[in-house]
Design a protein around this ligand. Sequence first.
Ligand SMILES: [Zn+2]
Length: 332
Amino acid sequence: MTENDIHPEDQTGRDDHVDQGSTQDQAEPMGPVVPRDCPSCGSPSADCRVEVRSKVDLAIDSGDVIDEYWGGFRRDDFFFDYVRCGSCGLLYNAEYLRHDLIAHAYSDMEDNTSGVPQHLLRKTQSRYVAAMEKFAPMDGVYLEIGPDIGLAAKLAVERGSISKLVLVEPNRTTHDTLRLLAPGIDTVVLDSIDEVEPGIQVDRLFLVHVLDHLTNPRDDLIGLRKRMAAGGILAVVVHNEASFLRRVLGRKWPPFRLQHPQLFSRRTLTTLIESSDFKVLKVRSTFNTFSVRHLLATGLSMLGLEPRWLSRVPELALTVPLGNIVAVAEAV
Ligand SMILES: [Zn+2]
């Protein structure tokens, strides 16, 4: 979708407020919210029914509002309504933020790990690496989108024979950490997927909680597939919108949030991956290792509470199924 495709008068619902205050006499102004069709199969969103409605109705008229709702969890969280694609079954936002607003929000975040001790995060990440190792050892060129502080990449280097690391992280605050991750291994740190050199032959590709954040996941996946060697292996981790936890919590399920323009199930994830020239080898549930204190803090902040006694809760590890799934696929 290009900017020229967007006309404010096509937009419906709560985005009837386009940029106020800026000069917008000549060119048609583009609002902060733009319509989108199914990002997996391209079917039009027009006839899709809303399945998950936001907890609050919010006027998005500037980037400031987005900053407020972008990170963290709160009781009255804003997200765009989710519709169900009538063709491929994907659950997605039929309207989402303008590209530059998203880029700004991601460039300016704390790392995603705040509050969880690093040795526990490593346990979670090592399950993703192990899921791929069931099919292939960690060797060759490793590419990861959104590595955060690089825990999975470091594990891959330690456990296999990686020849090169390419790490694409829009959040620049972690770039220094990523550059120093594996001394002695050729390491390239980039801001965006578009910067990955077209001629590269990637052997191991990791997308951990990435596909549910991308505005055009299929386009990006096809672009990444073109940079892979035949037989290269892909691991994808996403939230599972068909999980037990989601059914129990309804729209209070935490992954319903502004950062996720679509959410997958085993079926819709498989459909998207296989439509991009991969063969899915396995999809299964995966577990997260958390501290008890962090889980409590997240739960309580969703209720709008931040009690003082929280700091006295011991740092116990807890391994829980949070409704995440990992898919391993081969480039064909
Ligand atoms: Zn679809």
